[in-house]
Design a protein around this ligand. Structure first.
Ligand code: PEP
Length: 255
């Protein structure tokens, strides 16, 4: 049984004061929810105060990025050693990092290995852009990104990570994939690649999220699909009512 996981990616939104206010609202709304793991991913500067507020709740905390070295003269970077004091998860390889900050498949792999070395659970993002999608290259791109991200990752380690299939054309556009379309890529390409790398049984254990313009109205379409184990939510995670509704709908759909 794969426990569904809903993660909120707050991107470069919310000051520390706003993040604290949002967490206070979310704590209320998410208090009695069971059967779904919930993870909040605020900016680096909000991690410490949010960690304090989440302590008694069972809600998880994640960062949105990380450097691969433990420490050193790397001005502006945040290391796994620093993050592991504060949070359990880290989003790696998000398409915005690849697009605007030059992240490569190789860099994502170095980060995945560093996170796992320190007991942080990576949420590894893969997904094709619009041109690749229209050229019929979705499977090829997703498989390449996934194989690269998982290079030298053992079967034991792969169990603790989460994969997010996020078609780039669906992120922040209000144009989500269809439930069936996302399930096909996740079931065939993502789980298929995992099966080739680690065997069929292990491929069934790994949690795979969908991400891209998820909202309270469309979440059920994704969560009723057999191969989709949750969602990585951007825009809709910034409003407490919407994020709580997404989690509640997930509980209902997965019952
Ligand atoms: C994301 O940031 O990973 C994302 C899926 O964003 P949105 O939900 O806004 O499309």
């Amino acid at each position: 049984m794969r426990v569904p996981i809903i993660a909120g990616n707050w991107k470069c939104y919310k000051t520390v004061a706003e993040a604290v206010a949002l967490v206070r609202e979310l704590r209320q709304g998410l208090m009695n929810i069971k059967g779904v793991e919930v993870v909040l991913c605020p900016s680096f500067v909000a991690l410490a105060p949010v960690a304090d507020l989440l302590k008694p709740t069972g809600i998880g905390l994640g960062a949105q990025n990380m450097f691969w070295e433990d420490q050193g003269a790397y001005t502006g970077e945040v290391s796994p050693l620093m993050l592991k004091e504060l949070c359990q998860y880290v989003i790696l390889g998000h398409s915005e990092r690849r697009q605007y900050f030059g992240e490569t498949d190789e860099g994502v792999n170095r980060k995945v290995k560093a996170a796992l070395r320190h007991g942080l659970k990576p949420i590894v993002c893969v997904g094709e852009n619009l041109a690749e999608n229209e050229a019929g290259r979705t499977a090829e791109v997703v498989e390449r990104q996934l194989r690269a991200a998982l290079r030298d990752i053992s079967a034991e380690q792969v169990r603790s990570l989460v994969i997010a299939y996020e078609p780039v054309w669906a992120i922040g556009t209000g144009r989500p994939a269809t439930g069936a379309g996302a399930n096909a890529v996740i079931g065939q390409t993502v789980r298929g690649t995992l099966a080739e790398l680690y065997g069929k049984a292990l491929a069934q254990e790994v949690r795979i999220q969908y991400g891209g313009s998820v909202n309270p109205k469309n979440i059920a379409e994704f969560m009723t699909q057999p191969d989709i184990d949750g969602a990585l939510v951007g825009g809709a995670s910034l409003k407490a009512a919407d994020f709580v509704a997404i989690v509640q709908e997930t509980v209902r759909a997965k019952q």
